[in-house]
Design a protein around this ligand. Structure first.
Ligand code: HEM
Ligand code: FMN
Length: 559
């Protein structure tokens, strides 16, 4: 399957016309609830609502063929849609993936993403939802865990539900990109144009979200000490630096995360293109929704990328050599970042609540019990040592959270660490990475190891000033996660590029005002970080706070 952007130039417009032309949807509603009706304009066609998936473009079937789908099946063999739909409970759950019907009842409690995402598509065609989070590789690797029932006969009649209709309409009138001035502006648009379940998956953190909030607020505890009257021409400001030996034009990178295709159909490809445009590093996620065969043909050989990887099963640790050999052959990959804060999945309570609510509604049951804990395999310093010895690729760790571990990593030949708590999605009350950075720099200096390892950090970075503060405290570079998802949600690749442009200008502006010409000249003398560890009252950050979603309490039933 080729998802090359050139094949679908209109996708760049940010309007997801094609998403409603496929038959493979996760929301098969045989009747349109509520009878919404309004005029909608698509190119030269004007349609009057309620929209049916597949109804849209005159060339719908040709389009579907491009996606490797066929709308009609005239054979009498296979399993009917009605039959599939009757297997929609936790005790008897079938789903359809690419016209193959699977019984996933046994798999429900083994699914690393939990029971509820599967129950959301119980008795339905799960192809689209699956492809938004997984690549075809995931299915191939795990097929033996699913029970193949047979081929689907016919097609699901899919209508857009009310939320989807509202979103499609909103997407035709998102604010012009020129009116997006900050990363928070992107977030406000994303909150409107993403389904609630998706926004909740992106935005929320674990438990009471103290870490999620502190990640960001830590930056507000550091102030600048500008140097005045410097002999610097405005155009002399240079934001370039080097990451793991490769030159990049910005000290920021797009982090590796799941779910890009939930934000936009071209997900990670948008990020790759925008990162290349700015010569900014892209960390390619393990959970890339494109398989390597779909993803890498579009990647120029001089792009700067790294690979993020985590282990879902022990087998993957034992077979890590294969991964390393593959990565060694990829010219763009400058390092591999292994997650080290995944001894268990974080308690993402808000996300789970939202999913369970959705799922229970869809499945017509009161509640769903989700088992997500205790699924990750043991991954130790011993494994890390073996990996370092067995590859020529620089090995790095993502998710380090204390100075002692940074020192240990440097001693064991690790080339870089990302000080990260996975954006507040793992252990709540983990400290903000900015604090860990200050601690780590000090401990590396004490151990004379500061030249041995590069320090990166991510979590809560929303302004150029945040970036500059982290660099002053000794970070080589900083990663961003959610802002890229939000930018893509409203505007696809253009949004991702605009986001980088905003940060670049903010960084340059901060450097000019600080009296600093080059990234390597930023140091601790430019900041006052005395308050960094004082997690005491703070001034409200209005933009950040207004986008924040509070945790909700259980609701009474409507009888
Ligand atoms: C039946 C076939 C499926 C298989 C074999 C499968 C496999 C997996 C695997 C291996 C992961 C862990 C990924 C990682 O941590 O690297 C995962 C996570 C996940 N899956 Fe699935 N999955 C399936 C179906 C689905 C469907 C149909 C949905 C959505 C409706 C879904 C949604 C998710 C989500 C939301 C996550 C968690 C992502 C995260 O928190 O990072 N999965 N799945
Ligand atoms: C929706 C979502 C999914 C994520 N998935 C992963 C993942 O699969 N692997 C990983 O290492 N980090 C993952 N992350 C964490 C990011 O890589 C990054 O550490 C974090 O988002 C940085 O915080 P920020 O979002 O505040 O910028 C995910 C983050 C989000 C928001």
């Amino acid at each position: 399957m080729n998802y090359s952007k050139n094949a679908f130039p209109f996708i760049k417009s940010g309007i997801w016309r094609h998403t409603i032309t496929t038959k493979n949807s996760s929301t098969p509603k045989l009747v349109q609830k509520g009878g919404h009706s309004f005029f909608r304009k698509f190119g030269t066609q004007i349609k009057k609502g309620p929209l049916r998936r597949g109804q849209l473009l005159a060339s719908g079937s040709a389009f579907a063929t491009l996606f490797g789908l066929s709308f009609f099946d005239f054979s009498n063999h296979g399993i009917t849609v009605k039959e599939v739909m009757s297997h929609n409970s936790p005790k008897d759950c079938w789903i359809v993936l690419n016209d193959d019907v699977y019984d996933v009842t046994e798999f429900l409690n083994k699914h690393p993403g939990g029971v509820s995402p599967l129950m959301e598509v119980a008795g339905k065609d799960a192809t689209l939802k699956f492809s938004q989070v997984h690549s075809t590789t995931t299915l191939e690797k795990m097929k033996e865990q699913l029970v193949f029932v047979g081929k689907l006969r016919g097609k699901f009649e899919n209508f857009l539900n009310e939320e989807e209709l509202r979103i499609e309409e909103l997407k035709t009138r998102v604010p012009p990109l020129e009116t997006i001035f900050s990363l928070s502006d992107f977030e406000s648009v994303a909150k409107e144009v993403l389904p609630k379940t998706t926004f909740t998956f992106f935005a929320t953190g674990s438990a009471d979200e103290f870490t999620l909030r502190e990640n960001h607020y830590a930056y507000s505890r550091v102030f600048f000490k500008p140097r005045v009257l410097q002999d610097i021409e405005p155009e002399e400001i240079d934001t370039s630096t080097s990451f793991l030996g490769s030159k990049v034009d910005l000290p920021i990178y797009v982090s590796g995360f799941a779910g890009s295709r939930l934000a936009h159909p071209l997900g990670e490809k948008n990020l790759q293109a925008a990162a290349y445009k700015y010569n900014m590093m892209q960390m390619v996620p393990k959970q890339n929704s494109f398989s390597p065969e779909e993803f890498y043909p579009d990647v120029p050989s001089n792009q700067v990328q790294t690979q993020q990887f985590h282990f879902n099963e022990r087998r993957e640790i034992d077979e890590v050599d294969k991964l390393l050999r593959d990565l060694e052959k990829r010219p763009t990959i400058k390092g591999v970042f292994f997650n080290v804060d995944l001894a268990d999945i974080g308690n993402r309570e808000k996300d789970n609540k939202q999913r369970i609510k959705n799922t229970a509604e869809n499945a017509g049951v009161d509640s769903i019990v989700d088992h997500r804990y205790g699924q990750y395999p043991k991954f130790t310093w011993g494994d890390v040592e073996k990996i370092v010895k067995s590859t020529s690729i620089p090995v790095a760790l993502k998710g380090v959270q204390r100075g002692e571990d940074v020192v240990l990593a440097a001693k064991k030949g690790i080339k870089a660490v990302v000080l990260s708590n996975t954006g507040g999605r793992q252990l709540d009350y983990s400290r903000p990475p900015l604090e860990v950075l200050a601690e780590s720099r000090k401990m590396l200096k004490e151990n004379k190891l500061e030249e041995k390892i590069e320090l990166y950090l991510d979590g809560g970075i929303r302004r150029g000033s945040d970036v500059v503060k982290a660099l002053c405290l000794g970070a080589k570079g900083v990663g961003l996660g959610r802002p890229f998802l939000y930018a893509m949600a409203g505007y696809g690749e253009d949004g991702a590029s605009h986001l980088i442009g905003i940060l670049k200008e903010e960084i340059k502006n901060n450097m000019r005002l600080l009296g600093v010409k080059r990234i390597e000249d930023l140091n601790e003398s430019f900041i006052d970080a005395k308050g960094l560890n004082l997690r005491t009252p703070r001034a409200n950050d209005v933009l950040y706070d207004s986008a924040y979603m509070p945790l909700s309490f259980p609701e009474f039933k409507n009888l």
